[in-house]
Structure formats: structure tokens, C-alpha cells
Design a binder for this molecule. Structure first.
Ligand code: ADP
Ligand code: MG
Length: 244
């Protein structure tokens, strides 16, 4: 489904991604973990050309990212959920979710609304269709952002620390929605510090540091039998804080 080969990204003379190779299969849930500043967000941003890679290839669903036309086509296949929810404040929840289907997919309004309402039910917010984002909690806003990402029926959804801006008590409701998406066979690439999600919802875990993939393995092998000293050290810091 996704093939990344030799991906590099520099900002000035600072090389932030130093040759990333990663492939993601259909219906696979891949979690990326790693210290802050290791290049996780830059990787996601390069993967849908919000940042222009310095070198390497990103192939999504057979589409190689090179021309502008390809980039637009590929973006239709990718949904994104960010740490900050980025909902449009002047639009209702329903309008936020319907926007991409109407503007990008040219879906008929009636159909877009039906889909949007079904997605809101899916994330447990059917009764908030006509509310404005500012009147929702952070956890509710993030669930709307997930519904919005799904509305264009993407092949894969990228999540960049979707719960990092949330109070702990609101994190659970967002993770529950993400777990249920993973359970229904959505292809997902998730950057997170939530080790419990990584352990139980991911098929594969990737540990990144300083612009390289240090280690990747099935979730079970990754947590039970890490190979690299840096991975062990990193996991240890979570164990010490009883977060793993
Ligand atoms: P992570 O998401 O793992 O915390 P990032 O991908 O956000 O890491 O950042 C990796 C490095 O790239 C950091 O040192 C950051 O300062 C740098 N960086 C990210 N975006 C830019 C940018 N637009 N211009 C310059 N440096 C950047
Ligand atoms: Mg980041």
C-alpha cells in the first residue's frame, strides 16, 4: 500500500530524515514512536508532500509522488489527524465533516450529509452535528477530526500525536475510536507516545531516533524482546514512569 524508499529531508544543512525505508501493507496498523525531534512529524509531512522530500521515493497505492497531479491524487487517498484538531471554527461539526467530500470528491450533498452523520455516530457524537467546534471538549473535537479524515474514504489515515494535546481523561475516548478503526481493518500510521495503544492496537512498531529507523518489529516482539540498546533504553524510561 505504501512504500518509502531512501527518504531524506534537510532543512538548510540540518538533515532531519537520513534515509528512511518503510513499507505499510493494506489493513496494517503501524505505530511510530521515538523521542521528540527525531523526525516523526517530518516523515508524515513528507509522505503527503506537505514538505518536499530532499531525496527518495514515496509510493502510495501505486502512485509515485513526483508531479503536482500525483500529489493531489495521492492526497485524496490519505486522511490526516493532527495533534491540534484544525477544525474550521465558523462551520458546524457536520459542515466540517462534509467539506472534503463536497469540495474534493464532488459528492452529492445528500449523500455527503448521510455519510457525515453515520461517521458522527461512529465516533459517538451523533448529537453534536449542529454544534460549533469551540463548544466541544478537546476529546470531542479530536473525534470530529477523525470523522472528518474518514469522510473522504481514504485508503490510509495518518495520525500525528492525536492525543498529545488532550487531558488524560479525554485521551481514552479518542484512543477508543482509534482502536475500533484499527479493529475494522483500516490502514493506519500512527505517531504516538501511548505505549498501551502501540502494544495492543499496532501490528508493527517502528522506533525512530535522529532521523533514522533504529528498530522495527511486530508489536509483541518489539515490546517483549527489543534488540537495539537504544530501544531498550527508550522503553525503560516508560517503564520507570509506569507508562508501559
Ligand atoms: P518529531 O515529530 O519527532 O518531534 P519533527 O519532525 O517535528 O520531530 O522535527 C525534527 C527536527 O526537524 C527538529 O529538529 C525540528 O526542529 C526540525 N524541523 C521540523 N520542521 C522544520 C522546519 N519547517 N524548518 C526547520 N526545521 C524543522
Ligand atoms: Mg512531531
Amino acid at each position: 500500500m505504501i512504500e518509502i524508499k531512501g527518504l531524506r529531508k534537510s532543512f538548510g544543512k540540518d538533515e532531519v530524515l537520513k534515509g528512511i525505508d518503510l513499507s505499510i501493507d493494506e489493513k496494517e496498523v503501524v505505530v511510530i514512536i521515538g523521542p521528540s525531534g527525531s523526525g516523526k512529524s517530518t516523515l508524515l509531512r513528507c509522505m503527503n508532500h506537505l514538505e518536499e522530500p530532499t531525496a527518495g521515493e514515496v509510493i502510495v497505492d501505486g502512485i509515485t509522488l513526483s508531479s503536482e497531479a500525483n500529489i493531489n491524487k495521492m492526497r485524496e487517498e490519505v486522511g490526516m489527524v493532527f495533534q491540534r484538531f484544525n477544525l474550521f471554527p465558523h462551520m458546524t461539526v457536520l459542515e466540517n465533516i462534509m467539506l472534503a467530500p463536497l469540495k474534493v470528491r464532488h459528492t452529492a450533498r445528500g449523500e455527503a450529509e448521510q455519510t457525515a452523520r453515520a461517521l458522527l455516530t461512529r465516533v459517538g457524537l451523533a448529537e453534536k452535528a449542529d454544534a460549533y467546534p469551540d463548544n466541544l471538549s478537546g476529546g470531542q473535537q479530536q473525534r470530529v477530526a477523525i470523522a472528518r479524515a474518514m469522510a473522504a474514504d481514504p485508503e490510509i489515515i495518518y495520525f500525528d500525536e492525536p492525543t498529545s494535546a488532550l487531558d488524560p481523561e479525554l485521551t481514552g475516548e479518542v484512543l477508543a475510536v482509534m482502536r475500533s478503526l484499527a479493529g475494522e481493518g483500516r490502514t493506519m500510521l500512527v505517531v504516538t507516545h501511548e505505549m498501551d495503544f502501540a502494544r495492543h492496537a499496532a501490528h508493527r512498531v517502528v522506533f525512530m531516533e535522529q532521523g533514522v529507523i533504529v528498530e522495527q518489529n511486530t508489536a509483541e516482539a518489539f515490546f517483549n524482546d527489543p534488540q537495539q540498546p537504544r530501544t531498550k533504553e527508550f522503553l525503560q524510561t516508560y517503564k520507570q514512569r509506569s507508562l508501559l
